[in-house]
Design a binder for this molecule. Structure first.
Ligand code: NAP
Length: 208
């Protein structure tokens, strides 16, 4: 019950990734995170210009469209254009600032992404400030060796929650490879995304 000035603490999941393309691994990770950490919503934020990548095969608007098609049936999932519309590299720190202004002090932010990306966090812009602003949910496939995560500084380790996701054996790079080689991608991602990929002739040639 909300009384007087007391407002309910909202828990917002921010699902960060290139999503090139989005697949069931991402969707299952977001849904498991939502239920495990009792998140009020999960906002998918496709990177506009990933700071650590020279080139991204899928055009930003197409990656965003695929994320939209994939998430439309889940009432707890939303999509943000934040990083796609922002000029320059997509720094997670800037995204967290934007979300904390948008959702206010009463909200708790959970940044969800792949464990391999989390392992690189010390190199991210304003990493020390970033870790003070949110909890990190590191999605990984079962059986992943957690030794590397435990080597991160203690202030990072205590903010990181590991999330084992069986469907994360699916990967975007494998899907791109399969398309290029003419192999099926059915059941690796939502049908609407598969149809969109073929219609737009994505990932057929060029960089993998
Ligand atoms: P990546 O290096 O392409 O991905 C690393 C691994 O994590 C891959 O196995 C990837 O699988 C997986 N992964 C990525 N996003 C995931 C998600 N939301 N849920 C589950 N697994 C995920 O990393 P990225 O996608 O470009 O970047 C991940 C996030 O870190 C983005 O939000 C990005 O903006 C942020 N980041 C920030 C900085 C910075 O602020 N300086 C630097 C680097 C990354 P798939 O290939 O199958 O997705």
């Amino acid at each position: 019950m909300i009384k007087g000035d007391q407002k309910k603490l909202r828990r917002i999941g921010i699902m960060g990734g290139t999503f090139d393309p989005i697949h069931y691994g991402h969707l299952v990770a977001a849904e498991i995170a939502r239920s495990k950490f009792m998140l009020d919503m999960v906002v998918f934020v496709p990177s506009g210009h990933p700071p650590h990548k020279q080139n991204v095969p899928g055009h930003a608007e197409q990656r965003l469209m695929m994320a939209l098609l994939a998430t439309v049936t889940n009432p707890y999932f939303q999509i943000s254009r934040s990083e796609i519309d922002r000029l320059g590299p997509s720094y997670t720190y800037d995204t967290l600032i934007e979300f904390s202004e948008l959702y206010g002090q009463q909200s708790e932010l959970y940044f969800i992404t792949g464990t391999d990306a989390v392992l690189e966090m010390l190199t991210w812009r304003n990493a020390e400030m970033l870790i003070d602003m949110c909890r990190i949910i590191a999605a990984t496939r079962p059986g992943y060796d957690l030794t590397d995560i435990s080597r991160l500084p203690s202030n990072f380790c205590e903010k990181i929650e590991m999330l084992q996701v069986p469907a994360l054996s699916i990967s975007s790079s494998d899907i791109r490879c399969r398309i290029r080689e003419g192999k099926p991608i059915k059941y690796l991602l939502p049908e609407a995304v598969e149809t969109y990929i073929y219609k737009q002739r994505l990932y057929i040639k060029g960089r993998l």
